[in-house]
Design a binder for this molecule. Structure first.
Ligand code: CP
Length: 316
């Protein structure tokens, strides 16, 4: 693996998942692979799981890890070419990415969308500028349109816990007070399209994700109908894609309660976290045996570790 910007960078998913599960059983099996190698984790947005699990993954491979919060610690970065930098930006991405590449063998970046400028977000201007101007591999720790480390952790979790050869997996929209990105839903959808699962998306009318992502995945507007006999219920809010970044609906009838879960096949509840209780999901579901969100978050370490391992092996 030369980079991990999107789930499309995965060449052999079953092999990668098997490798991640083996690393989970023996996390220090490759503890010298990253010796004398450094990863830089660059955050333009907040994080709990991504920051700590990626650090832990790097440490378990013997890497050094440097973390920088770009919103409060670094110089403000200019991403446009040819700009007269007489405003709020102090350093151009050309220099910043080139300099960080001298300190780090791998650079990981988190940069959320603006949710106001669709064209800019869809172009992945932060991630792609790092890719363009860095001379080392780049890992996406959640960008404007993708969260591939989360999607790989989700795939590992489903493979570990599935009870049937081809489980039914439902991605459901749920209400949220703020405008949220599409990245988690996009990457989960792309990942499920690569897996041997019966995959359905359900959301209120008008909340269609990018059709270039959903492709031929069945979409249902009746949540309860979609949940029937499901083995895994993956819940996430996303803001409107067509009326870009708008919150047009906070319909609490889409909040996941025991009533929705009752029509599933004793389905497992999944969410990438952080989650707003009694908005996205009722306490009764999140605190139940059906919730696997903590196991899912644990797998973030092994999704990051397997990606780092594969990139380190290419560096050698
Ligand atoms: N799921 C996830 O990416 O969590 P953080 O935002 O806390 O990193």
């Amino acid at each position: 693996m030369k980079q991990y910007l999107d789930v499309t960078d995965i060449e052999n998913l079953p092999k990668l998942i098997d490798e991640a599960i083996a690393l989970k059983k023996n996390p220090f099996a490759f503890e010298t692979l990253g010796k004398h190698k450094t990863i830089g984790l660059l955050f333009f947005n907040s994080s709990l799981r991504t920051r700590l699990s990626t650090q832990k993954a790097a440490m378990q491979l013997g890497m050094h890890c440097m973390v920088m919060n770009f919103t409060s610690e670094a110089w403000t970065i200019e991403f446009e070419d040819g700009t007269v930098m007489d405003g709020g930006t102090s350093e151009h991405i050309k220099e910043a990415a080139a300099v960080v590449s001298q300190y780090c063998d791998i650079i990981a970046v988190r940069a959320f969308p603006t949710l106001t400028d669709k064209e800019k977000d869809q172009s992945e201007f932060v991630l792609n500028n790092f890719k363009k101007y860095a001379s080392v591999p780049i890992i996406n720790m959640e960008s404007a349109t993708a969260h591939p480390l989360q999607a790989l952790a989700d795939a590992i979790t489903i493979m570990e816990l599935k009870q049937t050869q081809k489980p039914k997996v439902v991605l459901s929209w749920a209400p949220h007070p703020k405008a949220l990105p599409h990245a988690v839903a996009n990457s989960f959808t792309k990942m499920m399209q690569k897996m041997d699962v019966d995959f359905v998306i359900t959301h209120p009318e008008g909340y269609e994700l990018d059709p270039e992502v959903t492709k031929k995945t069945p979409i249902m507007h009746n949540q309860k109908e979609a949940f029937k006999d499901a083995d895994f219920i993956y819940v996430k809010n996303w803001s409107n894609f067509k009326d870009y970044g708008k919150v047009l609906n906070q319909d609490k009838s889409w909040t996941i309660t025991n009533e929705q879960m009752s029509v599933t096949n004793n389905g497992k509840f999944m969410h990438c976290l952080p989650v707003r209780r009694n908005m996205i999901v009722a306490d009764e579901v999140l605190d139940s045996e059906q919730s696997i969100v903590i196991q899912q978050a644990n797998n973030r370490t092994f999704s990051a570790q397997v990606v780092l391992k594969n990139i380190l092996e290419e560096l050698e």
